[in-house]
Design a protein around this ligand. Sequence first.
Ligand SMILES: CC(C)(COP(=O)(O)OP(=O)(O)OC[C@H]1O[C@@H](n2cnc3c(N)ncnc32)[C@H](O)[C@@H]1OP(=O)(O)O)[C@@H](O)C(=O)NCCC(=O)NCCS
Length: 396
Amino acid sequence: MSQSISIDTNPGLRRDLIVVAFFQNESIRSYFAKLIRSSEVNAQQDLEIPNYAIQFEYSGTLENAADRLSHHLGSRDDIAAILISDSLVRQIPARGDAAWELVPTAKVIRDKFAQKLYVSVAVLQQSVRIPNRISNIDLVLRSDCTAPAWLDALKLLTARLSYLARPEKCPRPKGIEVRSVQSQTELYEAFRLRYAVYKVMGYLDEEIEKSGANLELHWCDTIALHFGAFLPRGNGTELVGTSRLITTSGPYPYDTWTKFIARAHPQLRLLFKNQQAAFAPWRLPIFHTMELNKYIRKVFLRGEIAGELSRVIVREGWRGTGLSSELVNVAIAKADACGVHYMFLECLEIHEEYYNKFGFTALGRAGEVVGIGKTMIGMGRTAKAKETPFPLEALV
Ligand SMILES: CC(C)(COP(=O)(O)OP(=O)(O)OC[C@H]1O[C@@H](n2cnc3c(N)ncnc32)[C@H](O)[C@@H]1OP(=O)(O)O)[C@@H](O)C(=O)NCCC(=O)NCCS
């Protein structure tokens, strides 16, 4: 968190944000209390995060912090919360680098607020080697975090909370077109937009983030169909939204463009090759994450076609206009046209209700998405037009 980040925000909305803090260690507690109260932080906070009214609360135990979160998050749907603590994670024995995991109470808290506007920050003693990320923790901070690093953390987390929140309704932009990506340049723009939004969401693969290419690109993009929401701009267009449909059976018209873009970036070449080795046998990322064994067998032995919807993204300034529904619907229509029997997706629990609208239902499976460090749930949808021999639930 050393670099300053630039994030789109929606200036129209002002949301209440409660920051619940629990620090076991007395010196970390007083350090953060001073940092948060400092005039440098306060002045910049109002200036840089004008769309949140932020209140801080200190708790005496992690259990008490959980109660305070329940109190706030249970009282209203539009309130957002951050839990910050030096007691959320513990080190576990691992080969090579130290590994970290949530302590049992932190796991309970995560599960309890998975459908709420909630994010977490783990503070670690500066004496330990600070990992870039810890599974199911939104951000990791050093116990001697500076005022600019704290402000960057707040900016990133509030932007993430805004993206998780239901948007304000806005009119559909004039002249917008939701359609397939039609050129290598448009595909490149899609990878750039995906990078920008996934950075805020904390969905970037660690290797992609380290690559410095500023493109969110995966080998699975070679076996996917790509869609975008395009606004007219001068003689060209501006991409403001994306969606992607991976299928287990071709044709794969984006294969060459994706490989060309990946190969043009030396930082991505090796990563791309490794992804191919890991994902080509599975094809769909959800098959890699979750044990859908009965169904996977049907796909590979009986030749049924499966699809996976992902990268449903709308740039902040264009949210609330219904574009995401169009981007999902265009992918569903394409899946139906391609003869996809079952369509899957992986998402945060908070998005379950959103995808219910399109006929997806939870599979009762969850798994940690490789490279991202977030637990997501699996959802599925049976093609309307198809005679499917079994209900989806019988397949997983
Ligand atoms: C998820 C995302 C694509 C939604 O786009 P959006 O522009 O905010 O939403 P839309 O205007 O298209 O909304 C369509 C409908 O979904 C609802 N909706 C949107 N976000 C929602 C949310 N977080 N929770 C519940 N409902 C939501 C809207 O209220 C609207 O409902 P309506 O049809 O009843 O009017 C956008 O927030 C985004 O890009 N998020 C970051 C990337 C991400 O997490 N994508 C999902 C990956 S699984």
